[in-house]
Design a protein around this ligand. Structure first.
Ligand code: IMP
Ligand code: MG
Length: 195
């Protein structure tokens, strides 16, 4: 159970009132996902492809991305421990759910919601590489390059964004706001910081 139900607005009329600005709107997201889908269609034509989504933040991106792909592919899911209800990375990553599929010899794209410090991704890459995929590439919806603490190569980025805490389109704060159809900046007062 969330420990923050009241602060996170279940008594509110709309989650929209906790957003200070829309950073990426629905139309812009849709257009970019079409472009990302086209890249996959080109690069993976005639290749076996497995898309791995990291739960839960990337589910909406994944759901829209696979519908913009026309090449045959399979999907699978992993879950890692995240920030919980906080807003900054601990650097400690735990696997909560592993893949159902073997990735040995397969072409894998890891589909991420956001790369912040890079700790989560760096850890995931290490364990997935040990399983000897034929290729392993990374597609992330969002990237906050200013926040990077670990040097990693990201193959495809939907949008590079400034160092602000964002929610919506799958991204949460305390497990809430994932359903917002756009990517918005959360008002700092929501997580107890000055405006
Ligand atoms: P990293 O290990 O610091 O790169 O953190 C990556 C994870 O932190 C993401 O998969 C998100 O779950 C979470 N995260 C990082 N920045 C944000 C943000 O601005 N909004 C919501 N979640 C975030
Ligand atoms: Mg999260």
């Amino acid at each position: 159970m969330s420990t923050l139900p009241h602060r996170l607005g279940f008594d509110k009329v709309s989650l929209h009132q906790d957003i200070s600005k829309v950073l990426v709107d629905e139309i812009t997201i849709r257009k970019r996902i079409r472009e990302l889908g086209d890249i996959i269609n080109r690069e993976y034509a005639h290749k076996d492809l497995l898309l791995v989504s990291v739960l839960k933040g990337s589910i909406i991106f994944m759901a829209d991305l696979i519908r913009s792909i026309t090449v045959p592919h399979e999907i699978d899911f992993m879950a890692t421990s995240s920030y919980g209800s906080g807003v900054s990375s601990s650097g400690v990553v735990r696997i909560l759910k592993d893949l159902n599929t073997s990735i040995e010899g397969r072409n894998v794209i890891l589909v991420e919601d956001i790369i912040d410090s890079g700790h989560t991704l760096s850890y995931l890459l290490r364990i997935l590489q040990e399983r000897r995929p034929a290729s392993l590439r990374i597609m992330t919806l969002l990237d906050k390059p200013e926040r990077r603490e670990v040097n990693i190569h990201v193959d495809w980025v939907g949008f590079s964004i400034p160092n602000e805490f964002v929610v919506g389109y799958g991204l949460d704060y305390g497990e809430v706001y994932r359903n917002l159809p756009f990517i918005g900046v959360l008002k700092p007062s929501i997580y107890g910081a000055p405006e």
